[in-house]
Design a protein around this ligand. Structure first.
Ligand code: GDP
Ligand code: MG
Length: 660
């Protein structure tokens, strides 16, 4: 669509236009007009769609179809981009492209030439995030304007300096590289609709001042872009090198082995070694390294022509002449395999095809992302309302939620508390096993000898009997205290889990509750210890009701005794049997009694006290203080909400696209 009024477009800067670059610019506009006259009605909507998606900021969440330019250093990447876009990019030796540069060329009818350079502010600058609920309008484009640099300009000759300044800011002055994306959007009625990303060239050896691993750094950066399925990889390879050894092509093949989204561009055909033309023809005819999307050869301006300021339009004519006069490459003109113009047409077509095939997948991805954002939002949404009444109600609700959970722990339903009761039961079983393992061999002579007083052998009396039992039972006190502390740990842990779940976003509430849990537990532990000590003091008195004693005795001896016929114990062994019987009874008592006390003091009472104390928090005059959110949470919520807005708009854009 090279309409004649292209040339009557007012000068972009509207002031003195003696500047050479302005002239170049207009000439390049004319060139663009020719190049993109093929943009048919069937193509535009797709490019518009991706532009719209990008303008809602969806590229922050998903990969959008785009074209990435990679190649070894000085292979001619910038020259190709320049020829395609008609704008001058930073040039020189060493690494010139030091940050990924996204070139968005936008055809906008009826506007003056305008460029906008955007890049994120360096992270070390303090970035303020919007707190609290975010008004959708602020984030309709998905951007937090505070964290971005945005420079608009209307003079094409400023591009080079502006890009360089941005690179210096992001990657530091010098030769380092950086992963931050610089976006250069160019709007004009005359540019083509393409988005291209220029990446740093692959350096073989570090130049002075560069880190040793610069090659690795650059490759990592390149890989990040070219591995995305949504990207078409433009690999720039000079004709005068051995293409098979080109690092860039190797990388592209690794991420796209079938060559479905790789286009190779052969540059510098004018510098080709005499005698290698046939091999280059073989390559371009896909006979050496086959690529589904194939090869295109272009001739850009050489250094001399750049120094001489040969306009891009003239360079295009020279390119055409070059191929027409070339003995070997002439045939390629008819095959549409040479010239920048051909490349431009091919790229636009490729990009549109790519958009078409990516769309269903993009829709899927948007839906999936929306789901995961919704899920994530559930975790941090419903922050406290701003009005006092609302905030109070909110507080009541979350405190109630906590109490409900604690009560359901108490009720001991199996699905609650991730096996709290089974953990406690395991401790009680250990206790029981431990008790059983302490049964001494009361029948041996030494055992009673050790407890004998001044009496002669044979005069064993009740005092010895008591003394033996008292000493054995006393040994069980320490294990009982250990059990208490083990169960306490389990319960504190479980309460803490509930607390973290219910007060996830509220640091102040968590701190207060944590202190409460610890206070109550310590207090209760002391009480329980007291009770256990008492129990052991009581055990000093040898006591049991006769029938139980008889029953156990019958079990142990396998004989039946009744209260009326008490067996006669005259020998040592029978005496031992009595000891054994009583000890068994004492063990059974302790085996139940200690756990019962622990459960009562450490769990039931604590849970009740905790619920009461938590409700008392409602008396706290400063509701807002209690409900102050962790800053991380409100930040995350803002981010998620912004993402949700972007994704929802993107889904709408696509669905209305399909509706036509
Ligand atoms: P980059 O480092 O890959 O961006 O490479 P440049 O685009 O800066 O090009 C490196 C050098 O090769 C520059 O001096 C260009 O003028 C030169 N150059 C690029 N393409 C051609 C070409 O087709 N023919 C000739 N003779 N020189 C070229
Ligand atoms: Mg370059």
């Amino acid at each position: 669509m090279s309409s004649p009024d292209v040339f009557s477009t007012p000068d972009p800067s509207d002031d003195e236009d003696s500047d050479g670059s302005q002239k170049d610019f207009h000439e390049s506009l004319k060139m663009k007009g020719e190049f993109h006259s093929h943009l048919e009605k069937s193509i535009r909507p797709y490019i518009d769609l991706v532009d719209t998606l990008r303008s809602v900021g969806i590229h922050k969440d998903l990969g959008l179809p785009s074209i990435v330019v990679i190649g070894d250093q000085s292979s001619g990447k910038s020259s190709v981009l320049e020829a395609l876009s008609g704008i001058a990019l930073p040039r020189g030796s060493g690494i010139v492209t030091r940050c990924p540069l996204e070139l968005r060329l936008k055809k906008v009818p009826g506007v003056k030439w305008k460029a906008v350079l955007t890049y994120d502010k360096k992270l070390n600058e303090s970035v303020t995030f919007l707190a609290g609920p975010i008004k959708p309008s602020k984030l309709a484009n998905g951007k937090l304007s505070q964290s971005e640099n945005k420079i608009e300009f209307a003079d094409p000759s400023l591009i080079e300096a502006q890009v360089e300044a941005a690179q210096n800011e992001l990657a530091g002055k010098g030769v380092g590289i950086c992963e931050e994306l610089i976006t250069l959007e160019i709007m004009s009625p005359e540019v083509c609709d393409l988005t291209l990303i220029d990446l740093p060239g692959i350096a073989r050896v570090p130049v002075e001042g560069q880190p040793e691993d610069i090659g690795k750094q650059i490759k990592r950066l390149i890989l990040k872009y070219i591995k995305k399925q949504e990207t078409i990889n433009l690999v720039v390879v000079p004709c005068n090198t051995d293409i098979a050894t080109t690092e860039a092509l190797k990388m592209a093949q690794e991420v796209d082995p079938e060559g479905k989204r790789t286009v190779a561009i052969l540059t510098k055909p004018d510098l080709i070694d005499k005698g290698t033309e046939k091999r280059v023809l073989d390559i371009i005819h896909n006979r050496v390294i086959p690529l589904r999307k194939g090869y295109i050869m272009v001739k850009c301006r050489g250094q001399q022509q750049i120094d001489d300021d040969v306009p891009l339009e003239e360079a295009a004519q020279m390119e055409r002449d070059f191929f027409q006069n070339h003995d070997y490459f002439r045939c390629l003109l008819e095959e549409d395999k040479v010239t920048i113009k051909c490349l431009s047409i091919k790229l636009t077509q490729d990009l549109v095809d790519h958009i078409k095939t990516s769309l269903p997948d993009l829709q899927d991805q948007i839906q999936k992302e929306l789901w995961s954002v919704k899920r994530a939002l559930k975790g941090c949404e419903d922050g406290p309302p701003e009005d006092l009444e609302g905030a109070k109600e909110f507080l009541i609700e979350i405190l109630n939620g906590f109490n409900e959970k604690i009560k359901s722990l108490l009720s001991g339903e199996p699905e609650n508390g991730k096996g709290l009761f089974s953990q406690i039961r395991a401790e009680f079983k250990k206790w029981n096993d431990r008790l059983n393992s302490t049964k001494p061999p009361f029948t041996s002579k030494e055992s009673s000898e050790a407890y004998r007083g001044r009496e002669l052998p044979g005069f064993s009396n009740y005092i010895v009997f008591e003394r033996i039992l008292q000493q054995h039972v006393a040994k069980l006190k320490d294990p009982a205290i250990d059990l208490l502390s083990a169960v306490k740990d389990i319960i504190v842990k479980q309460f803490t889990v509930v607390m973290n779940e219910c007060f996830e976003n509220y640091q102040a509430l968590r701190n207060i509750t944590k202190d409460k849990i610890n206070d109550i537990q310590l207090n209760q532990q002391e009480k329980a210890e007291q009770r256990i000590s008492e129990q052991f003091k009581m055990e000093n008195r040898i006591f049991t009701q006769d029938p139980i004693f008889m029953k156990v005795l019958s079990e142990i001896t396998n004989q039946t005794f009744s209260e009326n016929e008490i067996p006669v114990f005259d020998k040592q062994c029978k005496y031992g049997l009595l000891l054994e019987t009583y000890y068994e009874i004492a063990l059974q008592r302790l085996s139940d009694q200690v756990p019962l006390m622990i459960i009562y003091y450490m769990f039931e009472e604590t849970a009740r006290m905790l619920c009461v104390h938590v409700m008392k928090l409602l008396d706290n005059p400063d509701v807002y203080e209690l409900l102050s959110e962790d800053s991380e949470v409100s930040r995350r919520r803002s981010e998620l909400r912004a993402r949700q807005i972007r994704l929802t708009s993107a889904a709408k854009v696509i669905s209305s696209f399909f509706k036509g």
